[in-house]
Design a protein around this ligand. Structure first.
Ligand code: 5GP
Ligand code: MG
Length: 181
């Protein structure tokens, strides 16, 4: 499929090179804070591309990371998300006593990551840190900040690098803004 087949006009916000450079820097920050074994908990689906690059950047920079996956979804009652987050697919690893690094795509209201942090604490992880590819700080509904942020952005709708619009565009190798018609 060529870019001209896209149904939406998408303007590049962060290029493949911008992302690669930032992911490598994030990995170095994470290792400086936690030089021991890290259990990377990937929050599906949107962060799978980011997580795939991040775990390789961690290894490249000398860390030993294990990986597990969890699927969380929030169900809206109307136009606004209801705020209730559901765990639809659980981890296979026991997080008790582990240094957990939660990896997600976008920090918006904060509800998803707050729920994930709380869940890891209830399960008695030794430590819980959060790494978000993108942060939209103006959209927060819950008082939470990420430990590591790739890029801070305005409240625009973005796609690519794992992020979808109606299930499309996850495979774009860059992050782009969908132009409204
Ligand atoms: P929250 O912090 O509101 O609980 O969760 C944010 C979630 O909303 C993200 O994980 C993502 O699934 C979705 N989301 C928020 N902003 C965008 C966006 O600009 N593009 C896409 N594709 N998803 C978004
Ligand atoms: Mg999400």
């Amino acid at each position: 499929m060529s870019p001209s087949d896209h149904q939406h006009a998408i303007n590049t916000l962060f290029s493949t090179d911008d992302i690669a450079e930032r992911v490598d820097a994030l990995a170095r920050e994470i290792i400086a804070d936690e030089p021991g074994d890290i259990l990377v908990v990937v929050i599906l689906k949107g962060s799978f591309v980011f997580a795939a690059d991040l775990i390789r950047a961690l290894e490249r920079n000398g860390a030993s990371a294990q990986v597990d996956f969890v699927t969380l979804s929030s169900y809206g009652m109307g136009t606004e998300s209801s705020g209730k987050v559901n765990l639809t697919h659980d981890l296979s690893e026991d997080v008790t006593g582990r240094a957990v690094l939660l990896v997600d795509d976008i920090l918006e209201s904060g509800r998803t990551i707050a729920f994930a942090v709380e869940t890891m604490r209830e399960r008695r992880a030794a430590s819980v840190k959060t790494c978000l590819l993108l942060d939209k700080p103006t959209q927060r509904k819950v008082d939470i900040e990420a430990d590591y942020v790739g890029f801070t952005i305005d409240p625009e709708f973005v796609v690519g690098y794992g992020l979808d619009l109606a299930k499309r565009y996850r495979g774009l190798p860059y992050i782009g803004i969908v132009q409204s018609e």
